[in-house]
Design a binder for this molecule. Structure first.
Ligand code: BGC
Length: 411
């Protein structure tokens, strides 16, 4: 069965500033990469040098057949010190947005994708109520410069990430984060107490949830009030949560805590960004991890492209706002498995559309092999490979495969 996708459906690939730009030295995560007892396997360094090489990357994306690009702008560059905004950096991003337009790429812009300015982390970061207001001020400045070139805006990327990682057993309890040596070292480097230093991926959940939700609301309102006119929403990490025998209660509880609360907060938004990679099964005592015998990706996730259909349906039914798949993908060295994954995932999107679910776009994560946070450069999510020494790009077959579908707008 061939499904014709809606006219104006967004077909794109996604990146985030810190993961691809390189040299993001004023950010909190750069600092955390460089402390002695860092949890990062690599340092981001030059990343993909996308900060300078974006013209060739955008030309490539458009040539492959895509019509949209999702990326983030870097707060640490735009507001290097509190209250000091850099026109030069805003101008840099304005040129980048303009180049998207020259190539016929719609701009899906994320205001915050995990990294924050160092000064913000050192004044309580995402655990401090004041951050919501500071985030809104940054959004206001950015939209005044860029708003007329934005097609879709995402406030914060994956507000619910921390809670989800904790449920999966990746991040420990709040207390362990507070007492971690890396937090203490980073705080010392900024001249503050460990208590005062907080970065987004490692913030203390019990203190940050309401700050994040408020930041989203204030940021959204600032974006709406500024230059241009475009839909605004948040993006969420959504997993296909499944109950194993006797796991119904635990599954329901986990889902409410890490997804439900956030989905309900999209009530006054224009869309919800769904970001899905796999499923997670729950037993009576919580997440079970991968089922024996199932193929795993380089991240140790189950190869489970069906997850996307489940999360789109769940998000759409719960929020009643349009869905954009702002991230979906897998890390693998075997590009044929990427194509198989894409086939599975897009089949799910097509079935959703067929059933009248309002899905407005699909963005593969990621355009480039890039800096996968604490896991460094080993996981390969990209449609385009990047040579770590020469920065040479090599288009993978999956990029051509997906670009072809994008161009035809049917699957
Ligand atoms: C994040 C990306 C990340 C990807 C793959 C998402 O949670 O938004 O920054 O690279 O997952 O792990």
């Amino acid at each position: 069965m061939t499904t014709k996708f809606p006219e104006r459906f967004l077909w794109g690939a996604a990146t985030a500033a810190h993961q691809v730009e390189g040299g993001n030295t004023n950010s909190d995560l750069w600092l955390l990469e460089h402390v002695d007892r860092t949890v990062f396997m690599d340092r981001s360094g030059d990343a993909c040098d996308h900060y300078h090489r974006y013209p060739e990357d955008l030309a490539q994306l458009a040539a492959l057949g895509f019509n949209a690009y999702r990326f983030s702008i870097e707060w640490a560059r735009i507001e290097p010190e509190e209250g000091e905004f850099s026109c030069a950096q805003l101008e840099h991003y304005r040129r980048m947005l303009a180049v998207c337009k020259e190539h016929g790429l719609k701009v899906v812009l994320t205001m915050h994708h995990f990294t924050s300015p160092r000064w913000l982390a050192a004044r309580g970061g995402w655990e401090s109520r004041d951050t919501a207001r500071l985030f809104a001020r940054y959004c206001e400045q950015a939209v005044a410069y860029l708003g007329d070139l934005i097609d879709v805006a995402c406030t914060l990327n994956e507000l619910n990430l921390g809670i989800l990682l904790r449920q999966w057993g990746f991040l420990h309890i709040d207390d362990a984060i507070l007492k971690s040596p890396w937090r203490a070292e980073a705080a010392r480097a900024c001249g503050v107490e460990p208590e005062e230093f907080s970065s987004f991926p490692f913030c203390v959940r019990s203190r940050s949830r309401d700050v994040l939700l408020e930041a989203h609301t204030l940021g959204r309102d600032a974006l709406r009030a500024g230059r241009g006119s475009f839909p605004v929403g948040m993006t969420l990490a959504l997993t296909d949560m499944q109950a194993a025998p006797d796991g119904e209660e635990a599954c329901k509880r986990a889902r409410e805590e890490s997804e439900g609360v956030f989905l309900d907060a999209t009530r006054h938004d224009d869309f919800v960004g769904v970001q899905t990679y796999t499923r997670q099964r729950f037993g009576p005592r919580g997440a079970l991890g991968p089922a024996p015998g199932i193929e795993l990706t380089q991240m140790g996730y189950e190869f489970w492209p069906q997850a996307l259909e489940a999360t789109i349906r769940y998000a759409s039914a719960r929020t009643k706002v349009p869905v954009i798949v702002t991230e979906n993908g897998l890390a693998t060295d075997d590009d044929l498995r990427r194509i198989a994954y894409l086939e599975g995932a897009l089949g799910g999107v097509a079935r959703c559309l067929h059933d009248g679910v309002d899905v407005r776009g699909y963005f593969y994560w990621s355009m480039l092999d890039n800096f996968e946070w604490i896991f460094g450069y080993q996981p390969k999510f990209g449609l385009i490979a990047v040579d770590r020494k020469t920065q040479r790009r090599t288009v993978k077959p999956s990029a051509r495969w997906l670009g072809h579908i994008a161009r035809r707008n049917e699957f």
